[in-house]
Design a binder for this molecule. Sequence first.
Ligand code: NAD
Length: 329
Amino acid sequence: MSANTDDGLLIVSEEICEQVIRRPDAFSAVEAVFGAMARGDAYNFPVVREAIGHADALYGFKSGFDRAGMVLGVKAGGYWPGNMAKGLTNHQSTVCLFDPDTGRLTALVGGNYLTALRTAASSAVSIAHLARKDARVLGMVGAGHQSTFQLRAAAEQRDFERVVAWNPHPDMLPRLAAVAEELGLAFEAVTPEELGAEADVIITITSAFEPLIMADWIKPGTHIACMGTDTKGKQEVDPALFKSATVFADEIAQSITIGEAQHAIASGLVGERDLTAIGAVINGTHPGRRSAEEITLFDGTGVGLQDLAVASVAARLAREQGLVTPVAL
Ligand code: NAD
């Protein structure tokens, strides 16, 4: 779905993105593009990520083309650790969309809010397709910026009754508790072992560099969405989980290099062919969960096409609602 600007450039601010795009919009856009990726109709281009040697910043590009949705573009941005002190968020990004027929720039879309929305949509898609229908307890590992988006999106996928949560920094848990309360879900801070024993669905969304959740702690039938590991060296779960679980990924090539799977692959526990693209489940070419006892694991590393998909929807909605006016270039 292109931004459909036939006569100029749309500039869609962070504020307008927050106003126009809703979680179901993001869910549908991400689900569709994962399906297109698995069919070979959409592909991500190699990621560029560089330390620029200034302000401790990491800067880069994620880009791709979705032939099914006719979305072409790039997300540019990165991580500036000193931004908090300046009243800005550390992650900064902007999406540029281009007309696939002509290469003309059609939209500039704020990428900060959309990144959190599309990341939460990714784990939500995995829960929708892989978690047991009778899942009632949601386990949250992590309590940073992304975690509340994750909780809100996950809560819409199953009839959860309770949230159990653990974070390496317990002082961060109250904001997760506040969102659970707002959603009408009971909330309990637990140990990671208790979390593994109680949760039917687990989301990990931390910046950890070592396993926080061990394979032995997870009960049969659990679905776990590993969302925090998006760089070489990061790690959230015991690699042994990749042996006991049926493993899915947003994009296998990225999962095995910078995703959670990098560790299980490096130690030879599993090979690339042990991973399935979640798009195959969406497209019905893989059955997904096969039994109530099976553990399913989704490695969500975050691909550029997710950003482009939600940015395209935001640009279209902003245009339709008269919130942006095309600018002549
Ligand atoms: P944040 O800085 O707001 O929160 C960080 C979280 O990680 C907190 O829960 C904190 O307690 C925990 N943490 C920090 N240092 C840790 C350490 N050394 N060991 C264990 N835990 C630690 O970050 P955020 O914006 O919520 O992002 C969380 C993670 O998700 C990051 O790793 C980020 O890169 C990743 N992320 C992934 C995607 C994706 O598409 N998969 C998208 C956005 C962010």
